[in-house]
Each structure stands twice: as structure tokens, then as C-alpha cells.
Design a protein around this ligand. Sequence first.
Ligand code: C2G
Length: 151
Amino acid sequence: MKTVITYGTFDLFHVGHVRLLRRLRDLGDRLVVGCSTDEFNASKGKHSVMPYDQRVEVLEACRYVDKVFPENSWDQKPEDIRREGADIFAMGDDWVGKFDYLEPQVEVVYLPRTQDISTTEVRQLVKSLHTEKVEEIKSAIDHLSSLVSGL
Ligand code: C2G
């Protein structure tokens, strides 16, 4: 039984997350995921749209994921690896080199990220759609008030 361990925020779960988790699961027999808590993200200056409980619920519903546990700090990884009996530590390659210090306790692997999709891009898209909608409403109100003032 080969255990793979990974970490992430997994906010606004998207196809990039799915493809990474599938490839990670294919590296072993069991995939365990450390999900960053809202408090830990706040300490990183990061604020996710989905609260921790919902991000965990989504991860647990993903068939590639066998277990989810909270990530509260940067330095808990060696203890997590020991507790879970992890054989492989793996992340997307935006973290390349950052976790090499975990060898030789565990094999460290970085996988190519999925291009052209990220939580940041999804947030920006939603924001631009929102702004667009607000502009539309504003011009409708302006049009209406000009009609009313012309009566
Ligand atoms: N990812 C990917 N392709 C994307 C977007 C993300 O493969 N298009 C991968 C990232 O490389 C990461 C994982 O999905 O391995 C989760 O990404 P985030 O939720 O952005 O994780 P992050 O906030 O970077 O947290 O202790 C480490 C941190 O918890 C990492």
C-alpha cells in the first residue's frame, strides 16, 4: 500500500485540481490531502471564497481522495508524513524545489500544473461578470431616469 500526500487550498474547485488529484492518486494506492484552513490562509495573506468546511466537503467527494486533514502551519508536514505513513509527497510544479527538504523522509515529486485555469482566474472572471452586470444596470437606470424626467 503506497500512500501519496499533498497539500492545498483547493478553493473554487476546478479541472486543474481534479487533474492533479487524479495523477497523484495514480502514483500510489491511497491519496491523503492536507487542506489549508482559513486561519492558515489568513496568515499567508490569502482569503478563499469557499470556507474550509466546504473545501473539505468537496475534496472528500472527489473519488481520487481517500482522506482529508487540516493544514494549520508550514512545519507540520514531517509529522503528517509520519502519521499517514506517506511514501510520496507531491505538489504541482508551481512549488518546484520548495519541499525538497522532506527527502529522504519521503520521495518528493512535482507534477506539471494544468495550464490556463486557476482559482485566481475564476475569481477574476466572476468579478468581471459582476462588474459588467452592474454597468448594465447603471445604464438601464440612467435610461429610465432620462425617460421619467422627459415626461
Ligand atoms: N494546481 C494545478 N493546476 C492548476 C491549479 C492548481 O495542478 N491549474 C495544483 C497546484 O499546483 C497545487 C494544487 O493544485 O499542487 C492546489 O493548488 P492551490 O489550492 O492553489 O494550493 P496552494 O494554495 O498553492 O497551497 O503547503 C502548501 C500549500 O497548502 C499549497
